[in-house]
Design a binder for this molecule. Structure first.
Ligand code: PXP
Length: 240
């Protein structure tokens, strides 16, 4: 069964807009778990515009399911992750000023650098996932660098899906199969939503985990977070 990790960055963005503690990020994470989320994801950025370092430390002792920290492995990020020791770290090559991640690693060009960083995290007992575009060569070099998993960047999937769902699936097939054939774990994330998620999981039922933030939080404005998580989990269970 594919697991649902809820990315709670947007909750921190809303909180930060007013300076107080509303909504309460920690309470929200706990409630997501109580409503069935199987993981909590955060993406701390150097400017702390949404999740802050203090949130990451607080969440570590709260999260009962799987804690996933994603981000660009600059020295500050590496120290944070090694101190917090989440279950999983997802390495993302996003620039400091980038609005949101919009591409995966060139794992071939950065193989040596990634291998060193991955080893440090693995030595600390943290599972490592590397964010990649749906390219089997990038998947292969992530494996060569020692990664445990890859996370396929599904932004292009979501964009293609609206016009041509079958083409969107085929665009991801060789990368998803490569991960499976190499024995790598497979995660997916970015722009997944209740409409496009079921077909992705039906096509690639070996996806271990999806991490979803933006659409899920937007859905919660209408449905409430409890019902929203229920619907995403239904979408996953009905597709596997
Ligand atoms: N995976 C990664 C690596 C991300 O950077 C993000 C966005 O922070 C997501 C998944 C979740 O994407 P979305 O918010 O579009 O669901």
């Amino acid at each position: 069964m594919t697991r649902l990790s809820v990315n709670i960055n947007k909750i921190a963005t809303l909180r930060n807009a007013r300076g107080g503690n509303l909504p309460d990020v920690e309470l929200f994470a706990r409630d997501c778990e109580a409503y069935g989320a199987e993981g909590i994801t955060v993406h701390p950025r150097p400017d702390e515009r949404h999740i802050r370092r203090t949130d990451v430390y607080a969440l570590k002792s709260l999260v009962q399911t799987e804690f996933n920290i994603e981000g660009n492995p600059e020295p500050e990020f590496i120290d944070l992750v090694l101190n917090v020791k989440p279950h999983q770290v997802t390495l993302v090559p996003d620039a400091r000023e980038q609005l949101t991640s919009n591409h995966g690693w060139d794992t071939r060009a950065h193989q040596a650098k990634l291998a060193t960083i991955i080893q440090r995290f693995k030595n600390a007992g943290i599972r490592v996932s590397v964010f990649v575009d749906p390219d089997p060569v990038m998947v292969e070099y992530a494996a060569r660098a020692g990664s445990d998993r890859v996370e396929l960047y599904t932004g292009p999937y979501a964009e293609m899906y609206d016009n041509d769902p079958q083409r969107a699936i085929e665009y991801y097939r060789s990368a998803a199969e490569k991960a499976r054939d190499l024995g790598l774990g497979l995660n997916a994330g970015h722009d997944l939503n209740l409409r496009n998620l079921p077909d992705f999981i039906k096509a690639f039922p070996w996806v271990d985990e999806v991490s979803i933030g933006h659409a899920l939080i937007a859905d919660a404005l209408y449905l409430g977070i409890q019902e929203t998580i229920k619907q995403y989990k239904y979408a996953l269970s009905n597709s596997n």
